[in-house]
Ligand binder design. Sequence first.
Ligand SMILES: *Cc1c(COP(=O)(O)O)cnc(C)c1O
Length: 222
Amino acid sequence: MTSLISERIANIRASLPPSVRLIAVSKKVSTELMREAYSAGIRDFGESRIQEATVKQAELQDLPDITWHFIGHLQSNKAKKALELFDWIHSVDNLNIAQRLDTLAQQMGVNPSVCLQVKILSDPQKSGWMTPELLADLQTLNECQHLQIQGLMTIPPLGLKDTEILNVFQRTQELAQEINEQKLSLIKIQHLSMGMSGDYQLAVSAGATMVRLGTIIFGERV
Ligand SMILES: *Cc1c(COP(=O)(O)O)cnc(C)c1O
């Protein structure tokens, strides 16, 4: 049986290079539809709220091989829960939360994979490091031994033209290279988490390794 969701996923998958990881962003989507996506081969789900993820993970306990990605703004008081629920945290957006996660990860005996959220252009709507601030914090981040800092995540500001969006993604890729050239002992940026429903093709052309797609898979969120 083919469903609308499985058809959409097949089309998106066919348009992506095989090495790009497709994360289905399932915030505000029912676990029923998430099961359809799972049946269509999705094993990576992105959620942005701890409470919602707690309920859904309990409902989907019979699907053991899901990788869970946290993509929302993380508050310090939810950090422990985030580490219990998620394999990846894409939205580590300041030094304090990174250090808090590192301390908790040590206590809990886990080594979460994380992306550092960056803002290439200033954007009051978004959290994340501006480039100079991130470069200044790198040495301290490199002391977070219990985090696997593997990627950069970015979301372009709303209202940009395609050429400007592409530029944001390209500059994120260049920033990753610049970080890797510093040969830090722990931080190796191998992933670029960038691209949403409206701009993922631009992101892929700029080197995205993980795209986070919601609407284009599940339809408009209500
Ligand atoms: C909601 C969300 C997405 C998915 O957005 P769509 O436009 O529905 O694909 C991706 N990344 C983050 C961080 C989000 O909050």
